[in-house]
Ligand binder design. Structure first.
Ligand code: GUN
Ligand code: FE
Length: 446
């Protein structure tokens, strides 16, 4: 008996098979089931290729791609501040602490205005989907009404969102116009948001996940960190924060807790195997070992790190320590909502790390050996690496994975290219206009 599928896409695909390898499938049928998963992939050599295709054609559920179109898994943005979208591209020359106080906190404070929140969040979610980002791990603001609008925008436009109510109650490191009034308030409102999102999820098949979100160690008091760690355990939910992002942040923990930033978060129960820590440019081997032991993931944000990181994250070293790693835009610490741009910057930064940058030094003393990553590894970070960090069965084109896909057209085709060349060109040349279709959980959203 031949089964008919909800949707069948016939075309060519690329998908990560490991941290360094990409699988090319010249022609296949990607068959989607009613629940938004890839039920099967069928190759021309399989006996029922023709019959499945004919049935899909007859049912009008077949999409046949053009020769220069390619199917890729949708991207996962593992670290993005939704409220900062209006500031993308601003003030990147300021140090982190000044940037937060002068540009970022005043903007985030505006989200007590729900009309402003709706306007920005609907725009951002559509922008990310148009760029091929099918899942995003969001920082919201302290305001739950606005955070709910972000989750509603994800549902409305069809994106899988992980949304955090930001907790920031340390009066010494937050402005009085934008902070949680106390540790108790920060924790209670985090718990309230978990419940509110639970209710919202009753109305949709595309579930949005609440995330425990201490902004970073400096913004929080020991009491809120403790309370949030307790919530992470009670609800078994993801945690997100920033960890050792910059010299300043790294130094803050040492000065105020006489502990490393990672150890402070661990002390309060925040480094779980559902935790995603942004940046980590200043993490050391001790921290990597801790992350690997606890199953903590790093969200690598290579564009943002150029401005605020004070160093290049040695991604290859992080992966070698068996730390889960994905890719984030860190809007607006990073200027671009595109993970393609971040894939490119991840490769470029890693090459600068390997070669070194000070031309006054002899070549053999300039850089850090064995640091360069390939564009295939950067693609892995944007897909499977992010999926594993969020415990999602997505990021790969294979049976049993969620149908989160993007269809991209290759523009500069003047000669026959082999699969590796096509893949590289797609990674380096794709712009938003070339991303022609996007699917989340089987639903076409672009
Ligand atoms: N550390 C604390 N808050 C922030 C933020 O909004 N952006 C970045 N890049 N780092 C932070
Ligand atoms: Fe950030």
């Amino acid at each position: 008996m031949i089964i008919s599928y909800l949707k069948v896409i016939e075309g060519t695909s690329f998908s990560s098979s490991s941290q360094t390898e990409v699988t090319y499938q010249a022609q296949q049928l990607i068959c989607l089931d009613d629940n938004g998963y890839i039920a099967r992939t069928i190759e021309p050599s399989d006996s029922d290729y023709v019959s499945v295709k004919q049935i899909a054609q007859a049912n009008d559920t077949l999409t046949t791609l053009r020769p220069n179109q390619y199917v890729l898994p949708g991207f996962i943005d593992l670290h993005i501040h939704a409220p900062q979208w209006p500031n993308a591209g601003l003030a990147l020359d300021r140090p982190l602490n000044e940037w937060l106080n002068t540009y970022t906190f005043p903007l985030e404070a505006k989200y007590q205005d729900l009309d402003f929140a709706k306007l920005v969040y609907n725009d951002l979610v559509q922008e990310l989907l148009a760029n091929g980002t099918t899942t995003a791990l969001y920082f919201g603001t302290v305001h739950n009404a606005a955070n709910l609008e972000l989750a509603k925008a994800c549902i409305r436009h069809g994106q899988r969102g992980f949304v955090g109510k930001v907790a920031m109650d340390n009066p010494a490191q937050t402005p009085d116009y934008y902070q949680d009034a106390s540790a108790q308030v920060a924790v209670d409102q985090t718990e309230q948001f978990i419940q509110q999102l639970g209710e919202l999820n009753q109305t949709t098949d595309l579930k949005q996940t609440p995330v425990i979100t201490p902004r970073f160690v400096p913004s929080c008091t020991p009491a809120s960190l403790q309370g949030l760690g307790d919530l992470a355990r009670k609800y078994d939910l993801p945690v997100q924060s920033h960890c050792s992002e910059s010299d300043w942040e790294n130094g803050y923990a040492l000065e105020h807790y006489q502990m490393r930033d990672a150890d402070v978060l661990d002390h309060y129960g925040l480094l779980t195997d559902k935790a995603v820590m942004a940046h980590g440019t200043q993490l050391n081997d001790h921290d990597y070992a801790l992350f690997a032991k606890q199953g903590v993931a790093v969200a690598h944000c290579p564009i943002s790190n150029v401005y605020f990181g004070n160093a290049v994250l040695p991604v290859k070293r992080v992966l070698a320590h068996h730390v889960k790693t994905g890719l984030g835009t860190d809007i607006s610490g990073g200027y671009s909502p595109s993970l393609y741009q971040n894939i490119r910057q991840a490769v470029m930064s890693s090459r600068l790390l390997q070669d070194g940058v000070d031309n006054q030094l002899p070549a053999d003393q300039r850089g850090v050996n064995d640091s360069a990553i390939s564009v295939k590894t950067a693609f892995y970070l944007a897909t499977l690496g992010g999926a594993q960090s969020l415990h999602l069965q997505t990021g790969k084109i294979a049976a049993g994975y969620l149908a989160d896909l993007q269809v991209v057209s290759l523009k500069n085709v003047f000669q026959a290219d082999d699969a590796d060349n096509i893949f590289e060109k797609l990674m380096y040349q794709t712009s938003q206009a070339d991303i022609e279709q996007v699917y989340v959980q089987g639903e076409q959203v672009k």
